[in-house]
Design a protein around this ligand. Structure first.
Ligand SMILES: Nc1ncnc2c1ncn2[C@@H]1O[C@H](COP(=O)(O)OP(=O)(O)OP(=O)(O)O)[C@@H](O)[C@H]1O
Ligand SMILES: [Mg+2]
Length: 275
């Protein structure tokens, strides 16, 4: 089943006022140029490409956190390109995002229990406090934490634990589609595999569709069913992971892959924890 489909997405940005490099006023960035992709139920599509190639922009557009200049976005067979504000809010229930750095994506003034409950409140899921508390407890245990943690604040946690909280929060609305934007890149190497295994298990349990953004091509080989390679806003190559890795067609893909050390275990084998 097709969960998300993007067609002919274009996005340009004007001059970035706080950018590191100064651009002339006339300069625009073609962040995305005629990009199309889809993700099916239970499937991981990895989006790889160097820094600034447009990966996060595409992830945000898929969730309509930012607007494309043109193109269409379908979620669960329904166009979300021109939904009203309130219909879009309702549709957001089905799609969530996990960011690279949980310390900046989670409000430091909220306790863990409230962070996980908040999306339910927003979407009026489990409006009764008792039932909501039960569901929060189930979620927090599912991601490998405990109800003891619910009254604590983000600063009391490690990066890996906090990313588990972010995952529980993302699951609170029972989404069908999750954009994972470098979800383990900011974590200690020792906990990366655990968090990735959790994401894989949850995908299997719930049939989640992932758009998985990553710089780490070894990781993508293990994790992704399909890969889209993006260069300066253009998808230059797209196919089954093994095909792309074994027979890269585009020079840019070959260059990216040449930087990957060694061969990796067979796809879909669970990552072994290094902890
Ligand atoms: N809000 C914005 N205003 C102006 N330019 C932007 C904005 N967001 C992104 N860009 C530009 O769009 C291009 C794509 O950025 P994007 O963040 O999508 O890249 P990325 O592939 O996610 O990079 P990274 O791997 O470093 O996260 C870059 O040139 C970036 O500078
Ligand atoms: Mg990015």
């Amino acid at each position: 089943m097709r969960v998300v489909e993007l067609e002919n997405i274009r996005k340009t940005f004007g001059k970035k006022p706080t950018g590191l490099r100064r651009r002339r006023a006339s300069e625009v960035v073609n962040a995305l140029c005629d990009v199309s992709l889809h993700v099916d139920r239970g499937e991981t599509l990895a989006l790889v490409g160097e820094s600034g190639s447009g990966k996060s922009t595409l992830g945000r557009i898929a969730l309509r956190l930012i607007e494309p200049d043109s193109g269409t976005i379908n979620v669960l067979g329904r166009s979300v390109s021109d939904l009203s504000r309130s219909d879009l809010r309702a549709a957001r229930r089905d799609m969530q995002m996990i960011f690279q750095d949980p310390f900046s994506s989670l409000d430091p003034r909220m306790v863990i229990g409230d962070l996980v409950a908040e999306p339910m409140v927003v979407h009026r899921i489990e409006p009764k406090a008792d039932a909501r508390r039960r569901r929060v407890a189930e979620l927090i245990e599912r991601v490998g934490l405990s109800v003891r943690h619910l009254d604590r604040y983000p600063y009391e946690f490690s990066g890996g634990q906090l990313q588990r909280v972010a995952i529980a929060r993302a699951l609170a609305t029972d989404p069908k589609f999750i954009v994972c934007d470098e979800p383990v890149a900011a974590l200690d190497v020792s906990v990366r595999a655990q968090v990735l295994n959790l994401l894989i298990e949850l995908q299997r349990e719930r049939g989640l569709a992932y758009l998985f953004i990553s710089h780490d091509l070894s990781l993508v080989r293990v994790l992704a069913d399909r890969v889209a390679v993006i260069q300066r806003g253009v998808i230059v190559e797209h196919g089954d992971t093994n095909d792309v890795y074994d027979r890269p067609a585009h020079d840019y893909t070959k260059t990216l892959l040449s930087a990957v050390p060694g061969r990796d275990p067979r796809r879909r084998k669970l990552l072994t924890s290094t902890a």
